[in-house]
Design a protein around this ligand. Structure first.
Ligand SMILES: [Zn+2]
Length: 115
């Protein structure tokens, strides 16, 4: 079992993981990681600061049970769909938009079998 801290960029939707438990990292470490990435977006200082806080406050600790997966984006930011992440992990990141599995729009189609 492996733990990692997952950061996600709200601008380009790329993700980055830091190996280990979240409490292993000082907030400043997370800020630094976020800031390094945000530099590539050429934001002005205020926007960059806002995004930086956003990324860090959305950071989640993920637990990886399976060892049978591609390497996590531990070294660089990667596009979310170009990298392996545990299933549903990003659903949990989107805490602002909780969508419980309630869409009961799956009425089975009635097939009329003519015997
Ligand atoms: Zn980005």
């Amino acid at each position: 079992m492996q733990k990692a801290v997952l950061l996600r960029c709200p601008i380009c939707d790329s993700v980055r993981t830091l190996e280990g438990e979240r409490n292993r990292y000082a907030k400043n470490d997370l800020y630094k990681t976020a800031k390094n990435h945000l530099a590539s977006h050429n934001l002005d200082e205020t926007k960059s600061a806002i995004r930086k806080c956003e990324i860090v406050s959305d950071a989640v600790e993920i637990v990886i049970y399976s060892e049978d997966h591609d390497p996590l984006p531990n070294k660089e930011w990667k596009q979310r769909n170009a990298t392996w992440l545990p299933e549903n992990v990003l659903d949990r990141v989107d805490t602002s938009n909780p969508s419980p599995e309630s869409s009961a729009d799956t009425t089975p189609i009635q097939l009329h079998n003519e015997d």
